[in-house]
Design a protein around this ligand. Structure first.
Ligand code: ATP
Length: 226
């Protein structure tokens, strides 16, 4: 049996009295690209953060690349995230006092790769996403769009089994956004990985194999796109 890259089974999550997700079940197969869409506040980002192991689901089960995150402690969840997940959040979320190059190299450095190799790989990915920075350039020196490019390079540098992206092209112009999306999706899928994209942009969603539409924290419908 081929295990899925991501499985959510009966996942619910609340922030105080706001129920963000209600009994959501979703599975992403290896090599599959899924877009999660829906109106503002319907729970898209919460779903992605739970899939990434950043948030712990209050109920239900979450499995990433064969590891059950539901019962895992913070260290175990961080390890799965580091090894198997590439995460691109809306505003990049780079480590502010680390040079951009080291931010991109971080997933490899944390896995014990020699620093020179990790930085060479990071430079290669920065080149591929089209971001020219010096070795000492800090995140604060980048525009919003450049920060998204760097975040995408960091998410791809270790060849993740599961790429999770929340509005990954929101700060980029249409052409750069399209090119970045294509790079993220095609390289991940070519390596056998899967992609979960959170987006309100129909042209981004159209790149997916399947669209999962949320409304008020529940799956309203799913459509196969390819
Ligand atoms: N940290 C938080 N504390 C309190 N409520 C939150 C928090 N994060 C999200 N929420 C609430 O949970 C619900 C789902 O939010 P979420 O960010 O997952 O939706 P979304 O579909 O990603 O929205 P958007 O498209 O606007 O980013 C919303 O009602 C939101 O206000």
């Amino acid at each position: 049996m081929t295990s899925s890259a991501l499985t959510l089974s009966g996942v619910s999550h609340s922030y105080g009295r706001t129920q963000a997700l209600r009994d959501v079940s979703l599975s992403v197969a290896p090599g599959e690209v899924v877009a999660v869409t829906g109106p503002s506040g319907c729970g898209k980002s919460t779903l992605l953060l739970i899939a990434a192991g950043v948030l712990r689901a209050q109920s239900g089960r979450v499995t990433v690349a064969g590891t059950d995150l539901s019962g895992a402690d913070d260290t175990a969840r961080a390890l799965v995230r580091r090894r198997s997940v590439g995460l691109v959040l809306q505003f990049g979320q780079l480590v502010p006092d680390l040079p951009v190059l080291d931010n991109v190299a971080l997933p490899l450095l944390l896995e014990g790769h020699p620093p020179a190799d990790a930085r060479a790989a990071a430079a290669g990915w920065l080149d591929r996403v089209g971001l020219a920075v010096g070795p000492a350039t800090l995140p604060a020196e980048l525009s919003g769009g450049q920060t998204q490019l760097a975040a995408a390079a960091r998410a791809l540098v270790h060849g993740p089994a599961l790429l999770l992206a929340d509005e990954p092209t929101a700060s980029l112009d249409t052409r750069s956004g399209r090119a970045l999306l294509e790079l993220m999706v095609s390289t991940t899928v070519a390596a056998g990985g899967s992609v979960l994209l959170v987006t309100h942009d129909n042209t981004v969603a159209a790149r997916a194999d399947r669209e999962v539409r949320l409304r008020d924290g529940v799956i309203e419908h799913e459509v196969a796109l390819s």
